[in-house]
Design a protein around this ligand. Structure first.
Ligand code: PLP
Length: 449
């Protein structure tokens, strides 16, 4: 091992608490030190190359090393390195970005509150939705309904909206006023029901909960169009239309967390467009800047924004870095490139279908893989002990973790969730690189079987 790897591992062990790992075990093993990225590839400090099948953390939609994004950042730093949207100021970079963003969004969205991350976008969501119902004269509408195994971030509010039990156990979450219903994970929970019947059943759980709590108390339903961290779980087609019907019927806001699904991941600009529903709010981050700099936001429908602007007066809320000029300049360069180079269109019409078809050709008959889900540049392989009966392994988390480790050894980064291997490569991936991704993944899965 090189001296620089040893040095960084020693500093890391001395000073860092990592996300979602047993720190003591990691300190013994030593983290991989990533030093360089270009396109869909990463290199570690030992010189080993990886095809990054996860776009970092589902965020480098445009790939690593883009010179146009780099120069947008440096030019903006030279021009105006910081200013803010507090009180009575604005600046060109954030206005140029918003003009582009709302060109790409469906027409019924009009306003955005920028943040630095997806977690913050969902914190803003809680306050903004509650404020909305205040100004609408229904201040008792305060309760959020999320889903078990949903993920909306790691801060107190966003982790409460999420339904990760192991997160809730640490620190007394969720906060009061947040409820959860079941997830539309047919493979795990569908039993004898058809996917369509199960999708309806899950959606109708929302109706039952709204009725139990009282529609006059429920502010919003919040969910990812497809669950990301939960395992790239795509709900049955019957799910979202029924959820939308229920939200409209009871005047409950429908809030889509597009932090992973946004900016071309599914082949549409936003994942809710793929599933064909119309949320009232969109939480965005990650692909907004392709992860080059931190930025997120909460997008509001015109109906909500009009009410907040016309009737709301002062909204006592602000983040120092909201609409940061450097982040805004990078986001604009990123959106322009994704749009003008036809990267999202290519994901929808060409590379996305190629990935999905190739995955099915390779894994449909694999004994370890019970289901393949995905669209565009996102996919999941469900591991199972027995395909016919949809029996899952008792120790599935250990098995998928082993597969992930084999992936690293084979030179591909794929991620394990409880029972699934998931991938979400950069949208700029070529056919040959998709072949490489699948070939290396197959080798990792074969070694796990
Ligand atoms: N929402 C979803 C759907 C996510 O997947 C994530 C992060 O993975 C977040 C919110 C939180 O975003 P961040 O890590 O930028 O705070």
């Amino acid at each position: 091992m090189s001296t620089s790897t040893q040095r960084y591992q020693a500093i890391d062990a001395a000073h860092h608490i990592h996300a979602f790992v047993d720190q003591k075990a990691l300190n013994q093993e030593g983290p991989r030190v990533m030093v360089k990225g270009e396109g869909v590839y990463l290199w570690d400090s030992e010189g080993k190359q990886y095809l990054d099948g996860m776009s970092g953390l589902w965020c480098t939609n445009i790939g690593y090393g883009r010179r146009d994004l780099i120069s947008a950042a440096s030019q903006q730093m030279a021009q105006l390195s910081y200013y803010n949207m507090f009180f009575h100021t604005t600046h060109p970079a954030v206005n140029e970005l918003s003009e582009k963003l709302f060109d790409l969004l469906p027409g019924h969205y009009s306003h955005v509150v920028y943040t630095n991350s997806g977690s913050e976008a969902n914190e803003v969501l809680i306050r903004t939705v509650r404020r909305y119902w205040d100004v609408m004269g229904q201040p008792e509408k305060k309760i959020f309904i999320g889903r078990h195994n949903g993920y909306h971030g790691s801060t107190v509010g966003s982790a409460s909206l999420g339904g990760m039990a192991f997160m809730h156990e640490m620190g007394g979450l969720p906060i009061p006023g947040v409820e959860h219903i079941g997830e539309p994970y047919w493979y795990a929970h569908g039993g004898e029901l058809s996917p369509a019947a199960f999708g309806l059943k899950c959606a109708q759980e929302l109706e039952a909960r709204i009725l139990a709590l009282g529609a006059d108390k429920v502010a919003a339903f919040v969910a990812e169009p497809f669950q990301g961290a939960g395992g790239m779980i795509f709900p049955p087609e019957s799910y979202w239309p029924e959820i939308q019907r229920i939200c409209r019927k009871y005047d409950v806001l429908l809030c889509a967390d597009e932090v992973i699904g946004g900016f071309g991941r599914t082949g549409e600009w936003f994942a809710h467009q793929h599933f064909g529903f119309e949320p009232d709010t969109l939480s965005i981050a990650k692909g907004l800047t392709s992860g080059y700099v931190p930025m997120g936001g909460l997008v509001l429908s015109k109906r909500m924004a009009d009410a907040l602007v016309e009737r709301g007066g002062v909204f006592a809320h602000g983040l120092t870095y909201s609409g940061h000029p450097v982040a805004a300049a990078v986001a604009l360069a990123n959106l322009n490139a994704l749009d003008q180079e036809g990267i999202v269109t290519r994901t929808r019409n060409d590379t996305g279908p190629y990935l999905q078809k190739s995955l099915r050709e390779v894994f449909d008959r694999h004994p370890l893989v019970g289901e393949i889900q995905g669209t565009g540049m996102v996919a999941a392989l469900q591991f199972c002990e027995d395909k016919a009966s949809r029996t899952r392994f008792a120790n599935e988390a250990d098995i998928t973790w082993r597969c992930r480790t084999h992936g690293f050894e084979e030179g591909v980064i794929i991620r394990s969730t409880a029972g699934r291997m998931i991938m979400a490569p950069a949208l700029v991936i070529s056919h040959a690189q998709i072949d490489e991704l699948i070939d290396k993944t197959r080798r990792a899965v074969d070694r796990t079987a």
